[in-house]
Write a protein that binds this ligand. Sequence first.
Ligand SMILES: [Zn+2]
Length: 199
Amino acid sequence: MAKRQLTPEQRERKRATAHARYLRVAEKERAAARAWNAANKERRRQWREQNREKVRSYFRKWAAGNPEHQRERDRKRRAENPAKRKAELAKWKAANAEECRVHVRNRNARLRDAPGAHTATDIERLLVLQEGKCAACAVPLIRSGKGRFHVDHIVPLKPRKGNPQGTNDPSNLQLLCPPCNISKHNSDPREWKQRLASH
Ligand SMILES: [Zn+2]
């Protein structure tokens, strides 16, 4: 028997009918699965308990493909427990103190339209280069807590009127003890050295 040619309308109706049938079957299967799941709660719980690694690995795989779910879950957890979130953040900041400071400096530099950037490694390098001493008065630098050394932009990012602006590159950085840095403030480096020498 020769295949009957369908008109576009007939073809569309056939497709719609097939699709509706598919949806009905799928819903029936889902309903059956739901019913089975509901009737076998204890059995499922036991299975999950005995296959923890499997469940975990399955979830990990699924979560990797659903980053927005992960983000939403993290957001909810943080919102539900702000105190815990705060503590976590404080812990992270303490463990990444130099990175935090670098981040702030780089951000400030951008806000002041100063070119250049540096990393926590650059600061470590400077510490070695300066043999752990203040670049101005050679006092041993304190590395943490109160009295910790300051990272100074040799040519200031925010200079006094009429003076040039420095970059945020490692080549424009030095480590100073807090009193030296406070005395330097936004002075031009040459002017400050002269001021120091005159004391
Ligand atoms: Zn000093």
